[in-house]
Write a protein that binds this ligand. Structure first.
Ligand code: AMP
Length: 288
């Protein structure tokens, strides 16, 4: 079983101890409720590093709605079993107070990645990315030099993390891992469990919209991709689309045209039965 560490000071000295032995550290940050998506990150970390470390912390700062925070269920024992199966050496599982000592008092210190966080998820979830960027910074600083594994599933978050690591010169190499999907295409997410069976089937419409949008980009018609995604999403009227967009992958600027060979990202999100779902896909202009 992995060693479970409860304090940031304990985590810092554990990481330092492993590095002192000349080991390369892999880090996977999660909010628990581990599923196949998280497992793919843990696998990469185990395969590429000498010591595989994971954090399990439900970060209250990144929840814009208290109800979502209260509904977020984590079974630490079950998650530790998953970590054990993937050869994780140590897990940081701190209390809220360990990470944010004055919680629930507002935390005035924040890392804000301007330009990448206002649109898409940020538009509907005020403060979400400040909460993510701040906790990621805190955990990366506590861990020190490492390779940090993030999922492409949360593509905007991945861009934000890459940018803050660059701008703050944090000693972390960020590795992006592909989105893990269920057999029917639905991206694995802890939120999927909140969908009733009928809604669960309808939820695949986001993936179908992405496939259609990617088809448009690959046929060279970047300008029609957003409309195509919206049309497919509209075939499931209960899916309330939040956005569908084609963006430049590093800046997240929306793109209506691009030269052949350019790699773009398609982003979609929607709310189904009160559950917010997001997904994305890469597509190369004119690839077909
Ligand atoms: P979370 O616990 O939701 O904060 O996610 C922790 C990490 O797992 C993030 O880097 C996510 O992008 C990644 N992740 C979540 N779902 C998936 C998935 N379906 N495929 C790949 N990575 C994922």
């Amino acid at each position: 079983m992995p060693e479970v560490i409860r304090t940031l000071a304990g985590w810092r000295s554990y990481a330092e101890g492993r590095r002192r032995k000349g080991e390369r550290l892999g880090l996977t940050m999660t909010m628990g409720a581990l599923h196949a998506g998280h497992e793919s990150l843990l696998e990469r970390s185990r395969a590429q590093c000498d010591a595989s470390l994971a954090t399990i912390f439900v970060n209250p700062l990144q929840f814009d709605r208290v109800e979502d925070l209260e509904r977020y269920e984590v079974d630490l024992e079950a998650d530790l079993d998953v970590c054990d199966r993937h050869g994780v050496d140590a897990v940081l599982a701190p209390s809220t107070h360990e990470v944010w000592p004055l919680w629930p008092e507002a935390t005035p210190t924040a890392v804000r990645v301007r330009g990448l966080t206002e649109a898409f998820e940020g538009a509907d979830r005020p403060g979400h990315f400040d909460g993510v960027a701040t906790v990621v910074t805190k955990l990366l600083v506590a861990t020190g030099e490492c390779t940090a594994y993030f999922g492409e599933k949360d593509f905007q978050q991945l861009c934000v993390v890459r940018r803050l690591v660059l701008d703050l010169s944090l000693p972390a190499a960020v590795v992006a891992c592909p989105t893990v999907r269920e057999d029917d295409g639905l991206a694995c997410s802890s939120r999927n469990a909140r969908l009733a069976p009928e809604a669960r089937k309808r939820a695949t419409v986001l993936h179908r919209a992405l496939l259609a949008g990617a088809g448009a980009v690959e046929s060279g018609d970047v300008g029609s991709a957003e409309r195509v995604m919206r049309e497919v999403a509209a075939t499931e009227p209960e899916m309330h689309l939040a956005y569908a967009a084609v963006v430049e992958p590093a800046t997240l600027h929306e793109v209506r045209d691009a030269s052949p060979g350019t790699e773009l990202r398609l982003l979609v999100a929607g709310v189904l039965e009160g559950v917010r779902l997001l997904d994305n896909a890469a597509a190369v202009v004119g690839a077909r």
